[in-house]
Design a protein around this ligand. Structure first.
Ligand code: NAP
Length: 314
């Protein structure tokens, strides 16, 4: 049984030994060499669309793809036969890095570091942002203490993030497909979205990209947010209607947006988001460093060989 692992990140193949699998590295930006088209397992990370499309047509023995991305949209769009090939995600490998980035974006939004930096690069002292300031004024988002933070998409990353937000005094609620209490947080279903959005100071979106999440945050829902509320998106760009977001920003319907993901990446230079004063952009920089990938691959390889249910299966 052959397993192909990518050279697009540093993996220690020694940690995958002992399963009787033949381990072969491959370049994710080139077509897989003919002698490796008999592989049964493909580990994917940052593959080019052409590489995946080619693999979908030439790897006839393929039975399982382990993506190291939490949201493997690239693999899902490549044309692999979902009936013949199991796909597992890298959910869990990005919890720390994405949660840390999200916390950073929230703090930038609340403390207005982006405006300070804007002034700095113009050689100006942003006097209005310093000195005595009102604290915890209703209708403002300038601290995480007592801030009402709604996390839409309450999975692994949200569970990592929540204790940090709570440590800073935030009041955290979740929204997911099913309601319940998760890790001590009240998670609501989308049936309650309208009432929760009205009472949100910062909306953190950590949704996967799929047909069901496309434009989840649309014009109608943006209007429900208080005028001071910020939107932070580290899930997938397709989950926000970017035209509606731009209009909401232009019309002062929301306080601002801190975005790591976009419907089209790189975000085209023509996007008005670049010019918005109250927008902070990061270039899909939250994740990008799967941690402990060997552990997940080894666990799933063991399960695959034992014909057990795979972890993180779609
Ligand atoms: N910016 C980056 O660099 C970066 C890095 C890693 C991941 N991500 C993105 O973050 C996403 C989440 O990662 P994760 O590891 O936290 O995933 P996860 O553990 O699978 O959690 C996903 C959450 O989204 C919810 N959800 C899914 N579809 C939904 C829908 N239609 N409506 C409402 N909620 C829905 C799920 O609800 P249930 O729990 O009720 O099923 C779950 O709570 C990934 O899919 C990926 O797109 C981005």
């Amino acid at each position: 049984m052959k397993l192909l692992y990518p050279t697009s990140l540093k993996l220690d193949p020694k940690l995958l030994e002992g399963f009787g699998a033949s381990l072969q590295s491959y370049n994710v930006k080139e077509n897989i060499p003919e002698e490796h088209t008999d592989a049964e397992v493909l580990i994917a990370w940052c593959n080019s669309p052409d590489n995946l499309k080619d693999a979908a047509s030439r790897l006839k023995n393929l039975k399982w793809i382990q993506s190291l991305a939490a949201g493997p949209n690239d693999v899902l769009n490549a044309g692999f036969d979902p009936k013949a090939i199991a796909i597992t995600t890298g959910s869990g490998l990005h919890d720390q890095t994405v949660a840390e980035h999200t916390l950073g974006l929230l703090l930038v939004s609340a403390r207005k570091f982006h405006l300070m930096r804007d002034s700095q690069t113009q050689g100006k002292w942003p006097g209005n942002l310093g000195g005595p300031q009102p604290d915890k004024e209703p209708g403002t988002f300038n601290t995480l203490s007592e801030a009402r933070i709604t996390v839409w998409g309450f999975g692994n990353i949200a569970k990592q993030l929540t204790p940090w937000l709570r440590a800073l005094g935030a009041d955290v609620k979740g929204i997911a497909r099913s309601a319940g209490v998760r890790d001590g947080v009240q998670v609501y279903s989308e049936d309650n979205l309208s009432e929760i959005l009205k009472e949100t100071d910062a909306l953190v979106m950590i949704l996967p990209g799929s047909d069901s999440t496309k434009n989840a945050l649309n014009a109608e829902r943006l209007k429900l947010l208080p005028k001071h509320a910020w939107v932070v998106n580290v899930g997938r760009g397709t989950c926000i209607d970017e035209d509606a977001l731009n209009s909401a920003l232009d019309n002062g319907e929301i306080g601002g947006a801190a975005l790591d993901v976009f419907a089209t990446e790189p975000l085209p230079e023509s996007s008005p988001l670049y010019k918005q004063k109250n927008v902070v952009l990061s270039p899909h920089a939250a994740g990008g460093r799967p941690r402990g990938a060997e552990g997940l691959i080894a666990e799933n390889l063991r399960r695959f060989l034992a014909k057990q249910e795979l972890k993180n299966a779609l």
